[in-house]
Ligand binder design. Sequence first.
Ligand code: NAD
Length: 481
Amino acid sequence: MPEKSNPTRRDVVKAAGVVTAAAAVANLQGAPAILKVRAASDQMKYGMIGTGGRGGYLLKHLTKIDNGHCAAICDLDDTRLEKAAATIGTSPAKYKDYRELLADKNVEAVLIAVPLFEHYAVTKDSLQAGKHTFCEKSLVFKPEEIHALRALKAQYPKQVLQVGLQRRYSKFYQLAKELVDKGVLGNVTHIHAQWHRNPGWVMNGFNWRLYKEYSGGLSAELASHQIDIADWIFGSAPDFVMGLGGLDTWKDGRDVYDNIQLIYQYPHGRKVVYSAITTNAHLPLLNSTRPEFGEVIMGTAGSLELTVGDGESTMPTAMWYREPVKVTAAKAEGKAPATAAGASYALGGSQKGMPIKLATDQLKVDPNDSFLQREKKFAQRWLYTKGVMADDEDRNPVETELESFFNDCHNNGHPKADLEVGLADSTAVILSNLCMEQERRVYFKEMDTMGTNVSPQQMAANFAAAQSSYSRSLIAKKKVS
Ligand SMILES: NC(=O)c1ccc[n+]([C@@H]2O[C@H](COP(=O)([O-])OP(=O)(O)OC[C@H]3O[C@@H](n4cnc5c(N)ncnc54)[C@H](O)[C@@H]3O)[C@@H](O)[C@H]2O)c1
């Protein structure tokens, strides 16, 4: 009898060891957001530079973390500064010049969420001011900044440098990595990833991410997260990238592509096929239960569909599919043993996905649950028994990444999303844009020499010019998106 395409008990048991291990990892990382009262000396005193969209989001989640204390905030914009102070509620010192925040002796660690073109300069100044530093992705913007930041960080080995690639802190993504490393998916040869939006970024006042002068466009803002996951899963950077980008729909003055299609080749012929578009948000993964973004990791023995969710109404989740078993024609007809030369084919038919379960305890109704929490759990349990949805992770990985950052600052730990992870990610972003602009295959080894002839003085002059044009745009367009 040919085997069914559903996971067998043996597969489940094999995977269960991995799942249990993942749950153990998760437990080590801290319990769900139950705020313990910590002594002030146990809290890392941090300052945030850039309290716009992302900075505001981080601050909201920082209120659920007890091992950090917001001592200072900085933004060019008064309204955003006031809003941020109200969000965090710790009466932080307020600055408009980030250098003043860096000079504040009360600040031990710095979180940076300014536009991409400023990441390098602010990160550099933060390290030189002696601060532990968390910078949002993409870590840097230009080839010369990759080389310069690597050299600079080597001078500050005791300071933590972490990048805002939160998927690395998600239990489901850690589980995916374990499933791959333990061979549960067989030989993983391909990853498909997408981030589709509808509409894309809208031109509403001045939006820096729509201009190449300040932004790496869709590659930097969206693909960076998912290419980082591919690097992690495959355990290396790509060999080369090729792609096609277009500015075909949003003819509103932006100069970044509004749709990109990229193919990355990794060692041993492994490939990532990537798509980001801004005209349709459908996600054909996870039984289409989620929109916009996700990844499918494909191996000879199975596939894993994953998404990180938006961290607010939806959390990370994953679904595992076992690959239909290849049988010989003779075997299928019951004429075993099959000959080596016999024609072989794969069984057809649809596969039933198996939700990856992290902790069903999360779905137990607690007397303290709100009405909405109870309803959500009932719905999830029902869906779970139908096999159409995986359990959610119990915590937004953004909270885990920030808590982990403060722990590493305290304990001299090493972040999962460290300097080299960030630089590899930035390299992928820069080269992805280059391959589309120059309409050629771009090799990752080209980065070894790219930007090496730009002097620190030239870098400073280029940055000053970009900063003054950014300030002029802010004043001219007034409203910041
Ligand atoms: N990890 C993620 O999932 C994620 C999600 C969204 C954004 N981001 C990243 O966060 C960064 C910020 O993005 P955003 O959406 O918040 O942009 P934004 O424009 O909403 O916010 C940037 C803020 O920085 C301030 N700013 C600019 N230059 C400054 C300076 N020199 N000193 C002080 N303040 C300054 C601006 O006034 C603005 O309030 C980007 O690099 C982006 O890629 C990461």
